[in-house]
Design a protein around this ligand. Structure first.
Ligand code: SF4
Length: 447
C-alpha cells in the first residue's frame, strides 16, 4: 500500500510592517560581509589578465564630500574637509586611475559608461571639476562613453557650475531632490531648500542636458500621504526625463539609527513598509497617467528610447567597473573588490603608489549566476534564454524552488522564456530576492 504525500506548501509571505534597522536594498551579491582582505590577491591577479571579449568597462568615482550629513545617510561622506584635503583627494583619484590604466585587464578598452556618485559630486568647485575631468580624460579618454552620469545636490548648483558639468560631457544629471517640502528636508538633515530645486532644474533645462533625473525618497521622517502626493504632483509638473524613487531604509550607520539606539527604540520614526510601498505604487500610477513607463523597481522614464540607465544595465549584466575613490566598489574579470573605507588609508596608499584595495571576493559560477539573476529581476522581467546562453544553465530548473515560492505568494509568473514580477512583487523586490540566495548568504548583514 502506498501513502499519498501531500505537496509541501511554502510558508506564507512574511509581513514586513515596521521599518526597523538594517539594509533593505540589495545592491550586489554575495553580500559584502563575505568580501575579505585575505582575497585581495585575487583582485590584483584579475588586473593582470586580459578582458573577456565584449565586456563593457565603466568608471565610477566616489566624491565623498557633502555640506551636511543627512540623517538617513549611510554612505562614506565627510562634511569637514577643507580645500587642501579635497585637492589631495582629487590627485589621489587621478593617481588611482593612472595605476589602473597600465594594467592588462583593460585590453585597449575605453570606458563605455562613467558615473560620478557620492557624497555630492556637485560639492566640487568649477576649477576642481575641470581639473578632475580633464585629468581623467587624459588618462582614459571618454570618447566612447555612451553615458556619463553626475549626481547633484540642488543647493550646490549655480548656473556657472552646471555649465561646467555640461561641458564635461555629462549626459544624465541626477538631482537629489528627495522631497519638495522645506520642513521635511530640514528635519531629515538635507542641506538644500525647495527654492533651490526649482532654480537648479531650470538651469539644467536651459543647458539642455540629454537626461535630467529627479531622485525622491518615499517615507522620510514626518512624511504624510498629503506631502507625498504633493511631491509627485510637483515632480510631474517639472517633467523630468526620469524619476528614481527609493523607499526609506534605516541602516546601522545612520543618524536616525543612532538616535533610535540612544532612546531604546526598535522601530524607526518613518512610515512602515506597507505604507511606503503604497506610496510608490501611487507615484508610479500617477507617473504612468502622465505618460511615463515604469522601467524598474525604482525608476519611471518619460521616453523609453531616450532615458536610459546604462550604468545599471551594464553592471547588472557583469560589466567591469573601476571603482575609484574612498570605499568604492569595483569588479574586474569576475572578482569584486572594495577600496579602503576611510579617507587617510585611501589617500596614503595612493601616495605610496599602491592601489587602495581593501577587501575582495571571487564569486563561484553559481554565485555569478545568482548575482545577475537577482539584480536583473529588479527590472521586473528576465529572459531564461539570456542565462542559458551566458551561463549554460536552465534557470527554471536551477531556481525551481524560489520561483515556486514567489508564484505561490502571487508575485511572479513564468511564461515560455519570460519570468516576470507583477507590480506588487516589484515594489518589494529587494526582500524577495533573498529567496534566491545560497543558504549561507540568507539573513546576513549586508554591510
Ligand atoms: S547628500 Fe547624499 S551622500 Fe550626502 S549626506 Fe545626504 S544622503 Fe548622504
Amino acid at each position: 500500500m502506498t501513502t499519498a504525500v501531500a505537496p509541501v506548501q511554502p510558508a506564507p509571505v512574511q509581513p514586513d510592517k515596521e521599518t526597523t534597522v538594517g539594509n533593505y536594498f540589495v545592491s550586489n551579491y554575495p553580500p559584502f560581509s563575505f568580501w575579505k582582505p585575505e582575497f585581495v590577491g585575487d583582485a590584483f591577479a584579475a588586473l593582470e589578465r586580459p578582458p573577456n571579449d565584449g565586456t563593457h568597462l565603466g568608471v565610477y568615482l566616489h566624491i565623498p564630500f557633502c555640506r551636511k550629513r543627512c540623517h538617513f545617510c549611510y554612505f562614506r561622506v565627510y562634511t569637514d574637509k577643507n580645500s587642501t584635503a579635497i585637492k589631495g583627494y582629487i590627485e589621489a583619484a587621478l593617481k588611482e586611475l593612472r595605476l589602473y590604466a597600465g594594467k592588462p585587464f583593460l585590453g585597449g578598452r575605453k570606458p563605455s559608461f562613467i558615473y560620478f556618485g557620492g557624497g555630492t559630486p556637485s560639492y566640487l568647485s568649477v576649477d576642481q571639476l575641470r581639473h578632475l575631468s580633464d585629468g581623467m580624460k587624459a588618462i582614459l579618454p571618454w570618447d566612447q562613453a555612451d553615458e556619463i552620469t553626475f549626481e547633484c545636490e540642488p543647493g550646490t548648483l549655480t548656473d556657472h557650475k552646471l555649465k561646467a558639468i555640461r561641458e564635461m560631457g555629462v549626459t544624465r544629471l541626477s538631482l537629489g531632490v528627495e522631497n519638495f517640502d522645506d520642513h521635511i528636508l530640514e528635519i531629515n538633515g538635507r542641506a538644500h531648500h525647495s527654492k533651490e530645486i526649482a532654480r537648479a532644474y531650470r538651469y539644467a533645462r536651459e543647458l539642455d542636458f540629454p537626461q535630467v533625473n529627479i531622485d525622491l525618497i518615499a517615507g522620510m521622517v514626518e512624511e504624510t500621504e498629503a506631502n507625498w502626493r504633493e511631491c509627485i504632483r510637483k515632480t510631474i509638473d517639472l517633467q523630468p526625463d526620469s524619476v528614481t524613487i527609493y523607499q526609506m531604509e534605516v541602516p546601522y550607520n545612520t543618524t536616525i539609527y543612532k538616535q533610535m539606539k540612544a532612546e531604546g527604540r526598535l522601530v524607526a520614526p518613518v512610515a512602515d513598509w506597507e505604507t511606503k510601498r503604497h506610496w510608490v505604487a501611487e507615484a508610479f500610477a500617477e507617473l504612468e497617467k502622465a505618460g511615463y513607463t515604469v522601467a524598474s523597481a525604482y525608476t519611471a522614464v518619460k521616453d523609453k528610447e531616450k532615458a536610459r540607465f546604462l550604468y545599471r544595465d551594464r553592471l547588472w549584466a557583469g560589466a567591469d567597473l573601476l571603482g575609484l575613490g574612498v570605499a568604492s566598489f569595483g569588479h574586474v574579470g569576475g572578482t569584486h573588490f572594495q577600496n579602503h573605507h576611510d579617507f587617510e588609508p585611501y589617500v596614503n596608499a595612493l601616495t605610496d603608489d599602491k592601489l587602495p584595495i581593501y577587501r575582495a571576493l571571487t564569486p563561484t559560477a553559481d554565485e555569478r549566476l545568482i548575482r545577475e539573476l537577482v539584480l536583473q529581476l529588479k527590472l521586473g522581467q528576465i529572459r531564461c534564454s539570456y542565462f542559458h546562453d551566458k551561463f549554460g544553465v536552465g534557470i527554471r530548473e536551477r531556481f525551481q524552488a524560489p520561483f515556486r515560492i514567489l508564484q505561490d505568494w502571487g508575485f511572479l509568473t513564468l511564461r515560455d522564456d519570460i519570468v516576470s514580477l507583477n507590480r506588487d512583487g516589484l515594489l518589494q523586490v529587494d526582500r524577495l530576492l533573498h529567496e534566491f540566495f545560497l543558504p549561507q548568504h540568507k539573513n546576513v548583514r549586508y554591510a
